[in-house]
Design a protein around this ligand. Structure first.
Ligand SMILES: C[S@@+](CC[C@H](N)C(=O)[O-])C[C@H]1O[C@@H](n2cnc3c(N)ncnc32)[C@H](O)[C@@H]1O
Length: 324
């Protein structure tokens, strides 16, 4: 399939590939727009952190006179995405509004309890990476020593320790560990990987200039309520909008997808300041959207390509260049 896009990679886009497991397990059934949707809340702290790093640098460079950078995080799941943005912004003052369609996800996010899991031994670690799973992106946060961490990981862990305190149990969700174990049990190959968890509690949201809302990107105007943002992320979530009910491989027709994008894109444009950024996920498998159509329509609705990942045939960070 041809895609107008990244000159650095072969110009094909396999939109049929299934969504891969990435990060924590957890889902929630909701009814929205006349259908049942199985929301998948898989996520991790510092997932695709380079996108967030790019946003930070871009905002500092492009909006030097705006003291507090206003950032909107859509599909925030249980909060890891927005909190990672906050931690990466670090000393640069920012206001974050994070939303998700899942009521349970937002409730958990507000509770602020998290479990970070990691394989107990090196074999498990290697096994996971050999299988190409990018799960446990943030497992380095649970390592006891900093010795084996990269410079970035040390920096992220420092930012993490500033806003979280370690606690004995994960009160709100009895531990992600159990869910990971469930996952491992359903795949015989993973049986031998033992995992270990540490539990953390967010020290407090108010001080962070950070808020959660429950809402649907299809009604973004209601969420933003006239407020403008310098950046908006809606990462690894498009598939919920353009696939049928429970089956992430069954895409809606082009006409139906177009209708949904027609509804969403003007609202995204309106939510952003001129030159503001819109970021989607970096891994094509996690979008499962018709990226050719999305690319075409983003251009129609006032966006221009900003950043390509060298491995992907579509642009994952867009810039608003005109009102629509
Ligand atoms: C796989 S998670 C991605 C989480 C995070 N953005 C990341 O990249 O790790 C997808 C999330 O999209 C949310 N979602 C799905 N449809 C949505 C919608 N219409 N509006 C807002 N959030 C939605 C789901 O509830 C789920 O938490």
């Amino acid at each position: 399939m041809q895609i107008i896009g990244n000159p650095n990679v072969n110009n094909t886009c396999n939109v049929q590939s299934p969504v891969s497991f990435n990060g924590y397990l957890g889902n929630e059934y909701v009814r929205a727009y006349g259908r049942h949707i199985n929301l998948r809340h898989e996520t991790a702290f510092f997932r695709e952190a380079d996108t967030l790093e790019y946003i930070k640098d871009y905002l500092i460079r492009t909006f030097p006179n705006i003291a507090v950078k206003n950032i909107l995080i859509g599909a925030c799941s249980t909060g890891e995405d927005g909190l990672s943005m906050k931690m990466i912004m670090n000393k640069v003052p920012s206001r974050i509004v994070a939303f998700d369609l899942g009521k349970v996800a937002i409730k958990r996010a507000k509770a602020g309890y998290y479990s970070i899991s990691r394989p107990i031994d090196k074999t498990g670690e290697e096994y996971i990476s050999n299988w190409g799973l990018s799960a446990y992106d943030d497992r380095f946060l649970a390592f006891d020593s900093s010795k084996k961490l990269t410079k970035k990981e040390v920096q992220y862990r420092k930012a993490f320790n500033k806003i979280f305190k370690e606690v004995k149990t994960d009160k709100s969700r009895k531990g992600i560990l159990n869910r990971i174990k469930l996952f491992l049990n359903s795949f015989t190959e993973f049986h031998f990987i033992e995992t270990d968890s540490k539990f953390f509690k967010l020290k407090g949201l108010r001080k962070l200039n950070y808020e959660y809302l429950q809402g649907d990107i299809r009604d973004l105007d209601k969420i933003t309520n006239g407020e403008k943002f310098l950046a908006f992320t809606f990462r690894n979530a498009f598939y919920h909008l353009i696939t049928t009910n429970d089956d992430f491989r069954m895409q809606l027709s082009e006409k139906q997808t177009r209708e949904i994008l027609k509804r969403i894109l003007p609202q995204i444009n309106k939510a952003l300041e001129m030159k503001g950024l819109f970021a989607i996920g970096k891994n094509e498998n996690e979008q499962v959207c018709d990226m050719i159509l999305l690319t075409k329509m983003l251009k129609e609705y006032g966006f221009k390509e900003s950043v390509f990942d060298s491995n992907q045939p579509y642009c994952h960070i867009w810039k608003k260049v005109r009102e629509c």
